[in-house]
Write a protein that binds this ligand. Sequence first.
Ligand SMILES: [Zn+2]
Length: 106
Amino acid sequence: MAKRRISQKTISEIGITRINRLLDLSVEAVRQGRNDRARRYVGLARRIGMKTRTTMPKDRKYCKECFLPMVPGVNCTVRLTGHRVSMKCTECGAVGRTPYLKEQRT
Ligand SMILES: [Zn+2]
């Protein structure tokens, strides 16, 4: 059987829907206290992202050290430091910082 070629656009679209689904599942797993599952879901989502060559959605935060999704009030603390939003993972202590200067100016 001939191999069917699909366009890069379709591949990325499939990738994005699968990544979003997996990240939803991982957030749910964190809420239920099942961190091992949550890590696995994030890992799978990352692999799909690499395979389908799509970047992970920016509004979904996960810890860069232990690959747990960051759920404020459950496993991370959110603080405003200077011109940055710092999110600290309470599982491993890693801090992720994102600037919000653009929002401050408006
Ligand atoms: Zn962490």
